[in-house]
Design a binder for this molecule. Structure first.
Ligand code: NAP
Length: 252
């Protein structure tokens, strides 16, 4: 095998790493040789996860919707580990409510966390990468719902559709600086957050529509995460990679 999936010498920052996918992503980057920072608002949970990963990991308090919090977190990571060369924009929130019952502040908080947060993080990390002239990788965690409509998740789906286009536009601008920007669009992946829902009656209905007849596991995303962050995926940029067991194909 000549493809190089090693992340040795790289510094990763995973947002929303206090639970679920983000916590697992940080472990995968560290296993591949990167030093990694786990960021989220619940710094205690990030610290717990960083301790589990070991000496290659640190935790930082981070609110992706707040520019001053982002600056403080990046300063800290740079001081302790070096310039962030791999950014995983994973922090995200979801709300479920009919369109006509959704309050404006709920819409705004989803857009501010998912979309504005990813934009602020990408901008802040890209500025530092351009100054350092190292090149780097940004991976946005989108969702199958960014392309496939379903009811009662309006703000979330709109934020993820916008993240897909943010991925393409940032990729176009940042390629000249050696920075690639891609996205992973997962379908239903079992995490602590949705295990109850996916195990219930609605989950049973949805799983019958997945051509592979099961929900995803966090480990189903490891391969593509490493492809998009390592030298093996060096000629890929602006791509949205859907990982959903074929669910988006099942429109009828
Ligand atoms: N699980 C799935 O089936 C699935 C499918 C498609 C896409 N996704 C996407 O995958 C990502 C992770 O989802 P998950 O399932 O792992 O859910 P989760 O366990 O709820 O994780 C969400 C993470 O985002 C963090 N977060 C929320 N607001 C934040 C903010 N303002 N600043 C920093 N961090 C913030 C949370 O940490 P704090 O509360 O500590 O800040 C938490 O660690 C999300 O973007 C989600 O849309 C998940």
């Amino acid at each position: 095998m000549t493809a190089d999936f090693s992340l040795s010498g790289q510094v990763g920052l995973v947002t929303g790493a206090s639970s679920g996918l983000g916590r697992a992503f940080a472990g995968y980057l560290a296993d591949a040789g990167a030093r990694v920072a786990l960021g989220a608002r619940r710094a205690d949970k990030c610290a717990e996860a960083a301790n589990q990963i070991g000496s290659a990991a640190i935790s930082v308090e981070l609110d992706v919707s707040d520019g001053s919090s982002i600056k403080a977190a990046l300063d800290r990571v740079e001081k302790d580990l070096g310039t962030v060369t791999i950014l995983i924009n994973n922090a995200g929130i979801v709300t479920h409510r009919p369109l006509v019952e959704t309050p404006e502040d709920e819409w705004k908080s989803v857009i501010e966390t998912n979309l504005t947060g990813s934009w602020l993080m990408t901008q802040a990390v890209a500025k530092r990468l351009i100054a350092a002239e190292t090149g780097g990788r940004v991976v946005n965690i989108s969702s199958m719902l960014g392309a496939t409509p379903t009811g009662q998740v309006h703000a979330y789906s709109a934020s993820k559709a916008a993240i897909n286009q943010l991925t393409r536009t940032s990729a176009l601008e940042l390629a000249r600086h050696g920075i690639s920007v891609n996205a992973i669009a997962p379908g239903y992946i079992e995490t602590d957050l949705n295990r109850g829902f996916l195990g219930g009656p609605a989950g049973k209905r949805i799983s019958k529509r997945v051509p592979q007849r099961r929900f995803g596991q966090t480990s189903d995303l490891e391969g593509v995460l490493l492809l998009l962050t390592s030298a093996a995926g060096r000629y890929m940029t602006g791509e949205i990679v859907t990982i959903d067991g074929g669910l988006n194909l099942n429109v009828m």
